[in-house]
Design a protein around this ligand. Structure first.
Ligand SMILES: Cc1cc2nc3c(=O)[nH]c(=O)nc-3n(C[C@H](O)[C@H](O)[C@H](O)COP(=O)(O)OP(=O)(O)OC[C@H]3O[C@@H](n4cnc5c(N)ncnc54)[C@H](O)[C@@H]3O)c2cc1C
Length: 393
């Protein structure tokens, strides 16, 4: 071997950098993160980076809550600005979904989340510029926030380096080295062999390729969601809050500029991407017009918004729309965190802490290794959700 490290992390997105930070803070020895391109070059850089706690399972709510608090305190703790904004989020449904909405809001409240159900009259009073049918029903979460994803990934990486981790960009892991059933390190694309007894695969849309090379079969698929951006007319004064509009099938959020980003809640019809190094980063006219009509259906003032087009991006998805996180049972020392199915940014601090707990045999809470176990689907233990949009978790 040419070099050694204690732990090698593959991928410098939000999962890899968060894991590097949590491991380095734990003082576990030499932590080396390899990023083949640049930090945030995968899904993370283009993320909406919405941080909400509206989930249907206790573990997810706890992970989202701990992570929200981590992001909120990041600047005070690490002295780096990550664009934390807290406009709140509305989840719009109707009477047909009352049971699921109420059950989830009750669960979240029992775990300390500030959230409440609003009927149509309360929705109209809270959002006078929006349109709601008489049977509309909402869940309002005032603590929901978002961050700037690029600043956040760079902030996590810088904090990890200050805690002692090494981060190398422009260097890819070409091969995970194994000796029978155990990890032995990584061979880089520059043909350097780095010895390590622990390798963490946080390669996002590329994570499946790394597993394939090892002959491991995990249900990770890459799809291409589209996003559209609109700038409201100058006479629209209200900065819209964030919405997950279950009735129109879209979410939207303000960007750091005056733009509003619109994305779809479902990814079932998104095009599959077989090579994440070469995918269509453009947006179709059909998507822009679908996004515009869904937005104006709810917020009529956006009828005359300027359309800025949009982009194609990458989600790594699993059959139950929940990530695979934890030890890979076939290869000792190999860990995986991928398949976040369009809702991982908000969970990354808890994932970094959870992986650190698993690797160092300390408490991984609020992460629960069984709930997100990498082999749960093989054992027929999918995570189920009460919404038709499983991205909501
Ligand atoms: C358009 C969009 C909107 C989203 N909105 C939200 C949201 O509002 N809220 C939310 O919580 N989540 C959201 N998500 C999901 C969230 O952004 C992702 O779950 C998260 O960013 C995944 O991070 P990651 O670190 O796993 O992967 P990535 O960010 O893709 O990072 C993987 C990295 O690994 C590197 N890499 C790959 N192969 C190798 C190799 N062999 N060697 C070295 N490096 C390698 C890549 O270059 C890449 O930088 C959104 C995602 C997208 C695309």
């Amino acid at each position: 071997m040419d070099e050694t490290a204690d732990i090698i992390i593959i991928g410098g997105g939000v999962m890899g950098t968060s894991t590097a930070l949590h491991l380095a803070e734990q003082g576990v020895g030499e932590v080396l993160l390899l990023e083949k391109s640049s930090l945030g070059a995968g899904s993370s850089g283009k993320s909406g980076a919405i941080l909400r706690q509206h989930y249907s399972h206790e573990v997810s709510v706890r992970m989202a809550r701990t992570s929200l608090q981590f992001y909120e305190n990041f600047q005070a703790r690490y002295d780096r600005e990550i664009g934390f904004c807290q406009p709140g989020m509305l989840f719009i449904a109707n009477e047909a979904q009352r049971e699921a909405l109420e059950r989830n809001v009750e669960l979240q409240r029992s775990l300390g989340v500030d959230t409440q159900i609003l009927d149509a009259a309360a929705l109209r009073a809270a959002e006078p510029h929006a349109r709601f049918a008489d049977d509309a029903l909402g869940a309002w979460e005032p603590e929901a926030a978002y961050v700037n994803p690029v600043k956040t990934v760079h902030g996590l990486a810088a904090a990890a380096q200050e805690a002692g981790a090494t981060i190398r960009t422009g260097i890819g892991a070409a091969e995970v080295l194994r000796d029978g059933g155990a990890v032995r390190g990584v061979r880089t694309d520059g043909d350097t062999k780095i010895r390590a007894d622990v390798v963490v695969n946080t390669a996002g849309p590329w994570a499946g390729q790394i597993l394939d090379q090892l002959g491991l079969d995990y249900p990770l698929q890459v799809v291409r969601p589209e996003q559209a951006f609109f700038e409201p007319p100058a006479d629209v004064e209200e900065r819209p809050t964030m919405y997950a509009d279950l009735l129109n099938g879209v979410y939207w959020k303000p960007e750091q500029s005056d733009w509003v980003r619109v994305g779809k809640l479902a990814f079932d019809d998104d095009e599959e991407v077989t090579n994440p190094d070469h995918y269509d980063e453009g947006v179709s006219n059909d998507f822009v017009s679908f996004a515009h009509s869904a937005l104006t259906d709810r917020l009529p003032a956006f009828e005359h918004a300027v359309s800025w087009g949009g982009c194609g991006a990458l989600y790594t998805v699993t059959p139950d729309s929940h990530p695979l996180v934890g030890a890979v049972p076939e290869v000792e020392g190999l860990y995986l965190a991928s398949g976040f199915s369009g809702h991982g940014f908000k969970l990354a601090p808890a994932v970094g802490r959870g992986l650190t707990g698993l690797i160092t045999e300390t408490d991984p809470a609020p992460f629960d290794p069984d709930f997100l176990a990498v082999d749960r689907l093989r054992h027929d233990r999918p995570v189920t959700v009460p919404y038709s949009y499983s991205i909501l978790g």
